[in-house]
Design a protein around this ligand. Structure first.
Ligand code: PGA
Length: 251
């Protein structure tokens, strides 16, 4: 089980410092549940320091796929690794929809993350319009197939997938446990189709989209849901830590 918080573009420096302090204080080290926070780039260094020895891991929200060079404003995978990041979110729907990130770019970012020794959290998910026109699985299939194109099994085994239906992100309207479980089972089958051995069985598939303490239990107890990627509710240490406790109780 992995519970990860995506802070997105929120919090000023002092607020970020208070939030991570409260999370580190509120999350007991559990072997059963991995916990990670993904702050904005500019706070990574501070958050990594605050999380040291706490058992809370740190991830970035994005990366660029080149290692170094003339790419003004971009952040490379080795930079994130050198700061102490363990995870990096790749292909979040906000990157795809607001910043034009295509599956081809997502594929390059995944490769770059593996090369630097980072664990990517690959986000996939359909829009409301795609769901309403019964194309949700087709969209997931495309995002997974093109996202993982040409990537070897060993790297796929080292990837976390997050199913985040776009219509559930930041809307307060989570997918139902049954809707999420159906999509997760489908994603696992797709991973099974293009990997060998038991990789798909151990692939972590997180659910994301309006997860909060009130709906976490229902979602996390589904067979194919292996954790959560949490946006809004991760900005409050109280609700984030409560979700971690709920996950722990399930184990
Ligand atoms: P939300 O965001 O929990 O605020 O819906 C989830 C995400 O976008 O990762």
């Amino acid at each position: 089980m992995l519970i990860a918080g995506n802070w997105k573009m929120n919090k000023l420096r002092d607020e970020a410092s208070v939030l991570v302090g409260e999370i580190v204080g509120g999350v007991r080290r559990h072997d059963e549940v991995d916990v990670a926070v993904c702050p904005p780039f500019v706070y990574l260094d501070m958050v990594v320091s605050a999380c040291r020895e706490s058992g809370v891991d740190v991830g970035a929200q994005d990366l660029y796929y080149e290692t170094e060079g003339a790419y003004t404003g971009e952040i490379s995978p080795p930079m994130l690794k050198s700061l102490g990041c363990r995870y990096v979110i790749v292909g979040h729907s906000e990157r795809r929809n607001l910043f034009g990130e295509t599956d081809r770019i997502v594929n390059k970012k995944l490769r770059a993350a593996y090369s630097a020794g980072l664990i990517p959290i690959l986000c996939v998910g359909e829009t409301l319009e795609q769901r309403d026109s019964s194309r949700a699985f087709e969209v997931l299939n495309g995002q997974i197939t093109y996202g993982f194109e040409g990537i070897d099994d060993e790297c796929i085994a080292n990837t976390v997938i997050a199913y985040e239906p776009v219509w559930a992100i930041g809307t307060g309207q989570s997918a139902s446990a049954a809707q999420a479980e159906e999509a997760h089972a489908y994603i696992r089958e797709r991973v099974k189709d293009f990997t060998r051995g038991a990789i798909a069985d151990s692939t972590r598939i997180l659910y994301g989209g309006s997860v909060k303490p009130e709906n976490a239990l229902d979602l996390l107890k589904q067979q194919n849901i292996d954790g959560a990627l949490i946006g809004g509710a991760s900005l409050s240490a109280k609700s984030f830590c409560e979700i971690v406790r709920i996950a722990k109780a399930l184990k």
